[in-house]
Write a protein that binds this ligand. Structure first.
Ligand SMILES: [Zn+2]
Length: 252
């Protein structure tokens, strides 16, 4: 198998592992059409598929699938033989068999909770499988097994799950914090920090501001200051007069 194909399958199964809880060994629900196609192309399912998915595989089928194939033409007898090699999963239709495709769909339910991979060549079944989130679809293209890219619904569902878990976890955490009074404390700490903490950036700015005036003083101000002082200087005789005037009331 080419490396590109190997990586593609690996990535695909990683998607189902991460988003839908798939674990090795994978379980594959096989129908009659898949076995028939494999036989036509002389493919050994038990050898080929585990190699393709790089995993040990549990091959499963149902009594409904077997009964349906047994009732078909003699040409499919070989496929029935292959089907019977697989484990027969209880499907709940033991008393009265239903069409194979309907049986497999009932095994998937609404969310494929048992993490089955569906192996089929039945186009109608494929279309129905694509509408259920989290169901890997496996089919044969001539002699080559193909694991289909996750369906639109699977991808959407995975995205929803991710965002949903994020929100749910946050609200749960907030509720827990609120119950323990941690949330209020956190809020208070935040408020206090705002009041107390001087912004380090604003401190820096102040430093540069204080430097600038000092530079100004050195360069430009001295002359003006001197002038001001000159203007305010009081001559000696006026000073003496002022002192006399202020002293007189106190002596009397
Ligand atoms: Zn059944």
């Amino acid at each position: 198998m080419k490396i590109k194909r190997y990586k593609k399958v690996q990535k695909c199964m990683e998607f189902y592992t991460n988003n839908f809880g798939f674990r090795k060994p994978y379980q594959i629900l096989v129908d009659g059409t898949f076995c028939f196609e494999a036989l036509q192309n002389k493919i050994n399912i038990s050898d080929n598929i585990p190699r393709y998915l790089q995993s040990e595989i549990k091959f499963l089928t149902t009594s409904c699938v077997i009964i349906e194939m047994e009732n078909l033409d003699r040409k499919v007898r070989g496929a029935v033989v292959i089907l019977k090699k697989f484990a027969v999963h209880k499907c709940g239709h033991e008393k009265k068999a239903i069409p194979g495709s309907k049986c497999l769909l009932s095994m998937l339910g609404k969310a494929n909770e048992n993490h089955y991979i569906i192996a089929t060549q039945d186009r109608d079944l494929e279309n129905n499988v694509r509408l259920i989130p989290g169901v890997p679809l496996l089919y044969l293209h001539m002699k080559t097994p193909v694991l289909e890219h996750p369906s639109e619904i699977s991808v959407l569902n995975a995205k929803k799950k991710l965002s949903g878990i994020g929100i749910a976890e946050k609200t749960a955490l907030d509720q827990l914090k609120q119950a323990n009074g941690v949330l209020e404390e956190e809020m208070n700490v935040r408020k206090k920090k705002k009041r107390r903490g001087p912004n380090p950036l604003s401190c820096k700015k102040k430093k540069t501001n204080t430097q600038q005036p000092s530079i100004r003083k050195k360069e430009g101000l001295p002359e003006k200051e001197k002038r001001k002082r000159k203007k305010l200087r009081i001559s000696k005789h006026v000073k003496e007069e002022l002192i006399k005037n202020t002293m007189q009331p106190s002596t009397n």
